[in-house]
Design a protein around this ligand. Structure first.
Ligand SMILES: Cc1ncc(COP(=O)(O)O)c(C=O)c1O
Length: 375
């Protein structure tokens, strides 16, 4: 087994620590811990280790599923990891119905690297590559990629890095293809609740639907490390068996604060965050327009514009931006598109304004040396 280094994390590790402004963070700015009660009582494991049953019932209701069809995890990252372990790395399919057998995954890309690198490490991946400028999900391409040994079709919706939000019809078409091939459709929905009109989650589509998500991006609670898998009981059960070997239980603090964030404060938090996303999207749209870049007007707080003139590719541009102006962007080659860069605009407004201004200086003076941003 071989796992690719996580390119985006390595890029951040190189620059994030020294830079002034993180314009590549993919989520909304973090909420202050002071908004929540932080005393969960005794600091034991969460028991049962798949999560508080009453809270799993509440989360399951969002999908029309029961408590046993939900497993709490350390973020979406662990939710996806456990799902792939269950579906692609385990010889036996999760249920006794034969659904999800095989070690092949179809992954719609570009996307967050974990969604193809992990199944690639355990099995085989066929990518369905979305194309600019619309990044539309082509169900014929998904149908062509699916095989007899396909265990799962993987989509991230809304998508990182493009901000494309495939509509319900496109997602249902992908779901039907998965059903026809005795496979599951797994959707990473970590950005879903940043949409003005969120669509139904894939786990609510039927027996073959699996949703993964967390409180990281839409709620601004990355530090909780709290997420979940919702889907068929057999998949969730198998994921729990793997979780015994990863993190045992979710974080007790995470669960304690998540109960509050998904309780009566939820509407307020999501409203605040959507408003921030909306205002910032408008601000970035003007900026993209001013610099004559191409982009897809995104849902969420990630966008994937083209590299400005005067730079060979996204990496050269992003290096110039961070070295001259201390602003971190993400080069598009990390997602397979060297002629683009990813910008994350969920950060506090003053930082966004300052960051855009600094990047503008680099765009306006492509040839200037490091440290000479005003030249
Ligand atoms: C699509 C996607 N999935 C999962 C993650 C990881 O999120 P979490 O903090 O919930 O583990 C990210 C983070 O950027 C992401 O973009």
């Amino acid at each position: 087994m071989r796992i690719e280094p996580f390119g985006l994390e390595r890029w951040f590790a190189e620059y994030e620590h020294e830079a002034d402004i993180m314009l590549a963070e993919s989520g909304i700015r973090s909420l202050d811990a002071g908004r929540f009660d932080l005393d969960p009582g005794e600091l034991g494991y969460v028991i049962p280790t798949n999560g508080d049953p009453e809270f799993r019932t509440r989360v399951g209701e969002r999908y029309g599923r029961s408590a046993d069809e939900v497993l709490f995890t350390c973020g979406t990252q662990e939710a996806n990891f456990l799902a792939f372990l269950s579906l692609v790395a385990t010889d036996d399919p999760p249920g006794d119905d034969g659904v999800g057998s095989g070690d092949h995954a179809v992954v719609v890309t570009p996307t967050y690297q974990a969604l193809h690198a992990v199944p690639e490490a355990f099995g085989e991946v066929t990518r369905v590559e979305l194309e600019p400028p619309t990044w539309e999900l082509d169900s014929d391409a998904v149908a062509d990629a699916v095989r007899e040994d396909t265990a799962v079709v993987v989509v991230n919706n809304p998508n990182n890095p493009t901000g494309r939000y495939h509509d319900e019809a496109a997602m249902r078409a992908a779901y039907d293809i998965a059903v026809d091939h005795d496979a599951y459709l797994l959707c990473d929905e970590v950005y879903r609740l940043l949409a003005e009109k969120p669509q139904p989650p894939v786990a609510s589509f039927g027996a073959h639907g699996i949703s993964t998500t967390s409180l990281t991006k839409a709620y601004g609670l990355a530090g909780l490390r709290f997420g979940w898998i919702a889907g068929p009981e057999a998949v969730v059960e198998q994921a729990w068996r793997w979780k015994d070997y990863t993190t045992i239980s979710p974080s007790l603090f995470g669960q304690h604060v998540a109960k509050q964030a998904l309780g009566r404060r939820e509407d307020r938090i999501l409203e605040e965050n959507r408003e921030l996303a909306r205002e910032h999207r408008e601000r970035v749209a003007e900026w993209v327009d001013r610099h004559d870049l191409d982009w897809y007007d995104p849902v969420g707080v990630n966008a994937f514009p083209t590299v400005p003139e005067g730079f060979e590719d996204g990496r050269e541009f992003c290096r110039a931006v961070v070295e001259r102006e201390g602003v971190v962007l993400a080069p598009g080659d990390l997602f397979g598109f060297p002629d683009r860069f990813r910008i994350g605009f969920g950060l506090p407004t003053d930082e966004l304004e300052e960051g855009l201004e600094r990047v503008s200086r680099v765009i306006d003076h492509p040839g200037a040396a490091a440290g000479g941003g005003d030249a």
